[in-house]
Design a protein around this ligand. Structure first.
Ligand code: ZN
Ligand code: ZN
Length: 502
């Protein structure tokens, strides 16, 4: 049997395996075996295409393709052209992904149609004496989200980022070449975030994933700025950021039927976190749907985070909220024994074009302690509450709170009658001071050192939360921490929602 006939037999075998798999209707979460095809590389194939055929089953959201071959240095240069049952999808790379909403390189995002796909292996160069074998590996996934994520930094650290930003795919504007106000290309936002020195940026356009394709393409260039796939789900009665999913999120929440709680469940099933945005804005016609109008029916146990500082302070805006305005809404949930993480969101709509001192990407900056700089690790850090906010931006002062080895976000047990010391330290206090709060109420903790304050706190055995703020001379927060939770009930949220099905 020649290698070529063996090769075609493998295609037939593969087709029959896939047909059997379809007939048996595997459960939707079952992993699909990779399609692996081999072929020979020979000088007589130079300047030709070898057409392979594979059967793609229904229900596929993403395709990852890898072509392994000896490579140009060994005298062999091959490309992969891709044709779905209806149209051409791109040619030219050896490693790429394509899905319903994004793709890399020259490949075109769009539905992964079931049926016969044709793959054209292009023998662009085969040196006269070159002989080898290529392997084409196709990984099919029923989930839209990638199963692996880039790690931009492998070290545990405090990472700085912005969890709320818009591009011209929805309502962000910036000046065109001739100075007109036009929808702003996503690349401009990424550049602005990079200029700010941010480590991560969640791009949260309204009710769309239209920005995901450019994010996927540009992540290679922004190899120090993690772009987090996100969406600001913009309902008729409030806005919620969803970080870490590419699946469809139904923004049509209503009082009955599919409610806001069902939307939160939908996001969690897709491996994402949800955060209520700028909830303190008035629920009136000035910014339709911007305040949180779902409070009476919201199951706040499903809420992972609350945006307590929003940076939307453009000149002429309807809103000029002082920093920290979201705190009462957040603390109302803490008082109920819940523990949504307090976060900041720049809500940038100008790609960093400075219009006022508050405007810009990363104002405020959310600092997250994470085991590495990757999307899953940042989400884990947010979920754990290992977060503080630099209100004035990425270069603003640091503030850290600890009680022994516990840091903000952690829960500790302090039995009745015993004393636990809480210490807050700031990197710089040019004119301000540190304030500690127990259950939202400031407590006196006089300290000779304006950069460090300790509170010996005597427990009554009941549930409390202790957090810290660094205030400027006018009493406005420059930085604020999440609480350390004392004698707190177990976290009601599912423990590992950022883990995905295989
Ligand atoms: Zn909003
Ligand atoms: Zn927004």
């Amino acid at each position: 049997m020649t290698q070529r006939s063996a090769f075609y037999r493998s295609i037939l075998l593969l087709t029959s395996i896939l047909s059997r798999a379809q007939a048996q209707s595997p459960p939707p979460t079952a992993a699909i075996p990779d399609i692996v095809l081999h072929g020979t590389i020979e000088p007589q194939k130079l300047g030709t295409h070898e057409i392979l055929e594979v059967t793609v089953p229904p229900g596929i959201e993403r395709m990852n393709v890898t072509l392994e071959s000896p490579g140009f240095s060994k005298g062999m240069y091959l490309t992969v052209g891709l044709f779905d049952p209806q149209r051409y999808r791109g040619e030219g790379r050896a490693i790429f992904t394509l899905s319903t909403v994004d793709a890399t390189g020259p490949y075109i995002a769009g539905p992964i149609l079931p049926g016969q796909w044709k793959i054209a292996i292009g023998f662009n160069w085969v040196a006269p004496e070159a002989h080898g074998v290529y392997t084409l590996r196709i990984h099919l996934s029923r989930q839209l989200d990638p199963e692996t994520y880039p790690v931009l930094n492998p070290h545990a650290a405090w990472y700085k980022g912005d969890l709320h930003a818009h591009t011209g795919r929805t309502d962000a504007m910036c000046r065109s070449q001739s100075g007109k106000n036009v929808p702003c290309p996503p690349f401009r936002l990424f550049e602005a975030a990079a200029r700010q020195g941010l480590d991560f940026l969640a791009v949260t356009d309204h009710n769309t994933q239209a920005h995901f394709d450019e994010m996927r393409q540009d992540q290679v260039f922004f190899d120090k700025l993690l772009l987090i796939a996100a969406e600001e789900v913009t309902t008729v009665k409030g806005h919620a950021n969803v970080w870490g999913t590419e699946g469809f999120l139904d923004y049509r929440a209503a009082e009955t039927g599919f409610t806001i709680n069902d939307l939160f469940d939908q996001a969690h099933r897709l491996g994402a976190l949800v955060s209520i945005n700028h909830a303190y804005w008035p629920f009136d016609g000035r910014c339709p749907g911007c305040g949180w109008g779902w409070s009476p029916i919201t199951d706040f146990a499903k809420v992972d985070a609350i945006e307590i500082v929003n940076g939307y302070h453009e000149k002429g805006s309807w809103f000029q909220p002082p920093p920290g305005n979201g705190i009462p809404f957040w603390e109302a949930q803490l008082a109920r024994g819940l523990r949504p993480t307090g976060v900041g969101g720049g809500d940038e709509h100008r790609a960093g074009e400075q219009l006022s001192r508050h405007d810009g990407v990363g104002i405020p900056t959310t600092m997250v302690y994470a085991r590495e700089l990757s999307q899953p690790a940042i989400l884990e850090g947010i979920r754990a509450g290992h977060v503080y906010i630099r209100v004035t931006g990425p270069d603003g002062p640091e503030i850290l709170l600890h009680a022994g080895p516990a840091i903000m976000g952690d829960a500790i047990t302090v039995p009745s009658g015993s004393t636990q010391e809480f210490t807050a330290e700031a990197s710089a206090t040019p004119e301000g001071h540190i304030r500690l709060l127990v259950d939202g109420h400031p407590v006196e903790a006089p300290s000779p050192n304006p950069r460090k304050t300790s509170l010996p706190w005597r427990s009554d055995g009941l549930r409390h939360w202790i957090r810290a703020e660094l205030l400027d001379s006018a009493g406005e927060p420059l930085a604020l921490t999440n609480p350390i939770y004392v004698n707190w009930p177990p976290d009601p949220r599912p423990p590992t929602i950022v883990q995905k099905a295989p």
